[in-house]
Structures are given as structure tokens and as C-alpha cells.
Write a protein that binds this ligand. Structure first.
Ligand SMILES: [Zn+2]
Length: 320
């Protein structure tokens, strides 16, 4: 059944859960904190080490997901067969810019176009079909981003984090990282007021409903409480808080766009070995513990949701 996001209706009786994995490269975590990589760190560990683990654990739980790829990783010949395997195993790949610049939303339209179009080209070249979805680095985008995506005929964007607490979360992260990280996430303050369900943004006011052609699939946020609902919280607060959040989320019958990161399933001890990054929640936990957290999360979602790719979620909400 198709339904319009402008009316508050559900596409089916079973709620929809779209798992997404932002495949941010390891050097992004270092650069964002102004660190130089160490020789003991495998900078391609997201693809070489974590990706097979994601594919296996998703298979175990019958989960489909959408992987947001950074174009320069897709351009790396060593990753081509790995990316094709993502698609072969029933998942979607989408665009996460070419170089994952933290300044992305401050780039002008032409520079943003280059970042998006170059990643698009690299990814499409590897998988042999076109890509229709996008997410900006750090959930930071501008009106120009949506203009470019419409020009390239993208079907959906998923860069809106509709939480009024996002700037507080960014400040907490800044303190946790002793000032080594940028203090902003997500863009303008108004983004916090954006709808928490899929919507078509207004031209020149992307946090409001309007008549753009591109559909926005916002990240999951707990309504009223405004708390982000994503994998980072699972690693920070553990399974009990996750279960309570998932229970709460279900009261609202929203589709869940649940954000994960490639680095979450990297084996720190064999691939990273850099204590400067230990500030990342759960990074140095033993692999068995990380996989157990994922298994609990996937089991919860499996009981109450139908897993869909972002492309399928968009299709369920697309008008006519
Ligand atoms: Zn990212």
C-alpha cells in the first residue's frame, strides 16, 4: 500500500525498520581529531575486517540494510568485490560523498556537486546500477545539497537528524573528545524541528514539509524525549537502555531509520591499536561483546519490525 507522508499513515501493519551503516573510513576518525595515522592501524579495516561481520550477522537475523559508502573507498580496487558482495547479499548501497569532508555543508553548490557526483560515479561503476540515496557526513547538509540531489535525480536523502538535543549531543561529544572534535553536528538549529517521519521538504526550508521532489528519510529520534536512537547509544548505554528505547519507539508507530557505523564491528585489537581513538564509545570492547550487542538489537527489531532497505522505505512512502 502506498501512502503520502503528508498524511500520518503507516505503509503496512508491521512497522518498517531500515538499518543503515555509514561506512566512514578509519582515517576520518583520525582526521576529525587532527591525528596522524599510526603504522599499526589498518586504514581499510572497515571493508577488510568489519564488512564480512556485518554481512554475516545480518544474514543470521534475516536483516536487510543500506550501506552508505564513501566514494574514495569505492574507487579503491581492493574494495570492488567486497562492495559487489553487499549487493549480492540483498542489501542496498548509497552515496556518502566522495571524501567525507566534515565541512561538506559549508561547501558551495559546485563543490557539493563534485563530492556527490564523483561518489555516485565510482559506486555505480562498481555495482553496475545507479544509486538513488544520499547521506551527508555528520548529518550536515544545506539547501544546495537537496538542489544537487534533485538535479541528479536522487529518490531520497537521509541527512536530517530531527532532534532538538543534537547540539547538546555534539557539545557532550566535544567535551568527551577534549575539544578535538568539531562542536557541531547536523547543521542549523532548525533541523531539530523537522518531522520525525518521512516527508518532502520545502524549498529553502528543509526542516519543513513542502513540495520538493526528493523524499527525506530522517534518522530515528525518540519522540517528545528528543533522544537520538542509533547504534552509538547502544554502545554507550548497553542493551537495557536499547530495549527500553525500542519499546518506547514502538508506541509511536514510526518507521525506524536506525544508524550504525562500520567502525562498530572492527576488531580494535587486531586492526586499530590506537588508544587515542578509545574515546569512541565501545571501540575497544572485545569483538564477542560487540557482536552480542548487535545480536540483541537485531533480535528486538526482528520481533517487531519488517526489515527494509532505504530504497524500499522510500518506495513505501512515495506519492503515486
Ligand atoms: Zn559518515
Amino acid at each position: 500500500m502506498q501512502c503520502s507522508p503528508s498524511r500520518w499513515c503507516r505503509p503496512s501493519m508491521l512497522q518498517l525498520c531500515a538499518l543503515n551503516i555509514d561506512m566512514d573510513p578509519i582515517d576520518h576518525y583520525l582526521r576529525a581529531r587532527s591525528y596522524e595515522p599510526r603504522s599499526t592501524t589498518n586504514l581499510n579495516a572497515i571493508y577488510e575486517d568489519a564488512l564480512p561481520r556485518f554481512l554475516d550477522v545480518f544474514d543470521r537475523f534475516g536483516a536487510k540494510a543500506t550501506f552508505f559508502l564513501v566514494g574514495k573507498d569505492a574507487a579503491n580496487p581492493r574494495n570492488r568485490s567486497r562492495i559487489r558482495e553487499i549487493v549480492a547479499r540483498g542489501h542496498e548501497v548509497a552515496n556518502h560523498t566522495f571524501s567525507h569532508s566534515q565541512r561538506f555543508r559549508h561547501l558551495d553548490r559546485q563543490e557539493q556537486y563534485k563530492e556527490i557526483a564523483e561518489a555516485d560515479k565510482q559506486i555505480a561503476d562498481v555495482i553496475g546500477t545507479r544509486v538513488i540515496g544520499f547521506r551527508a557526513p555528520g548529518w550536515g547538509m544545506s539547501e544546495e545539497t537537496l538542489d544537487v540531489l534533485e538535479e541528479l535525480d536522487y529518490r531520497y536523502d537521509s541527512s536530517v537528524f530531527p532532534s532538538r538535543l543534537l547540539s547538546a549531543v555534539a557539545s557532550a561529544n566535544w567535551v568527551l573528545n577534549r575539544g578535538r572534535l568539531a562542536r557541531t553536528l547536523g547543521g542549523s538549529q532548525d533541523i531539530g524541528r523537522a518531522p520525525k517521519v518521512p516527508y518532502y521538504p520545502a524549498k529553502d526550508a528543509l526542516w519543513r514539509r513542502g513540495s520538493r521532489r526528493i523524499l527525506e528519510l530522517p534518522m530515528a529520534v525518540l519522540p517528545i524525549l528528543e533522544l537520538p536512537f542509533l547504534g552509538t547509544m547502544l554502545f554507550l548505554f548497553g542493551r537495557g537502555v536499547f530495549k527500553a528505547s525500542a519499546w518506547y519507539m514502538r508506541r509511536f508507530e514510526h518507521p525506524v531509520v536506525y544508524g550504525l557505523h562500520g567502525i562498530e564491528l572492527v576488531d580494535y585489537h587486531s586492526c586499530i591499536q590506537d588508544e587515542r581513538l578509545k574515546v569512541k564509545p565501545g571501540l575497544a570492547k572485545p569483538l564477542a561483546v560487540k557482536l552480542d550487542l548487535y545480536a540483541g538489537m537485531l533480535d528486538q527489531f526482528r520481533q517487531h519490525y519488517s526489515f527494509v532497505t532505504m530504497r524500499e522505505l522510500a518506495a513505501a512512502y512515495q506519492d503515486g
